[in-house]
Design a protein around this ligand. Sequence first.
Ligand SMILES: NC(=O)c1ccc[n+]([C@@H]2O[C@H](COP(=O)([O-])OP(=O)(O)OC[C@H]3O[C@@H](n4cnc5c(N)ncnc54)[C@H](O)[C@@H]3O)[C@@H](O)[C@H]2O)c1
Length: 252
Amino acid sequence: MSGRIEGKVALVTGGASGLGEAIVRRFVAEGAKVVIADIDATQGEALAAELGDAASFVRLDVTSEPAWLDALAEAGQRHGHLDVLVNNAGITTLGSIEALSLDGFRNMLDIDLIGVFLGCKHAIPLMKGRNASVINMASMCGIRANADLVGYNAAKAAVTMLTKSVALHYAREGYGMRCNSVHPGATHTPILDKVMAQAPDPQALYAGWVSGHPVGRLGKPEEIAAVCLYLATDESGFATGGEFVVDGGSSL
Ligand SMILES: NC(=O)c1ccc[n+]([C@@H]2O[C@H](COP(=O)([O-])OP(=O)(O)OC[C@H]3O[C@@H](n4cnc5c(N)ncnc54)[C@H](O)[C@@H]3O)[C@@H](O)[C@H]2O)c1
């Protein structure tokens, strides 16, 4: 099937790499115009150039409120509105409650949580009244705890609940907007390489990820993009405040 989001306009944060890149590619393949918003201009501009007229790049640090306002103004100038926002940008820093510094904790909350808050808040003027969809990238780590992911667990659990509060607000105000969270299990993207680089025994960490997924493998970025595509279509019009778990059974 193709053209499932023909004519829709989407903005994907963290769209230059990994899951964001897979989402951008799938959305473009299904007929959307996509704004790639990322702090990494080199990779983001290269991807936009490869995808041609269907994609554009805007530099965005999701932790900065003025940067959000600028990026959304640019998207508004280019397209007039947004139908889909994917708050996907994120980082993972390993660390237990004793090992993780306060700065490390704050940095993760800034990117993984505050960045989502700012997107859900400031995209409203471009999205309301359009049967629009906000998709927040949480994680199975927002559902199941890990002693060495204290900051990531906290940020992703907060994104899960933020999503539900935002969904209620959008509905109460009659904005015709929906807000859902997506919860991937470990999926092979550059973020996993960055986490492995922080571990004393990267191979043991990787083997633990695989064995922690009852299906016996990690996820593929395309499998996460497929769930985001469903949430971007009008087929998901009755879904709001939901937790879309796609984790190979790892949170069970
Ligand atoms: N890969 C996984 O196993 C997995 C599992 C569950 C959830 N997630 C979540 O999926 C999302 C994407 O992860 P990924 O695996 O694609 O990682 P990735 O490292 O491949 O991509 C993350 C992207 O976010 C961008 N980014 C980082 N900080 C930013 C900032 N301040 N402002 C704007 N952009 C910024 C990076 O430049 C990069 O392009 C994250 O929220 C992550 O927590 C990933």
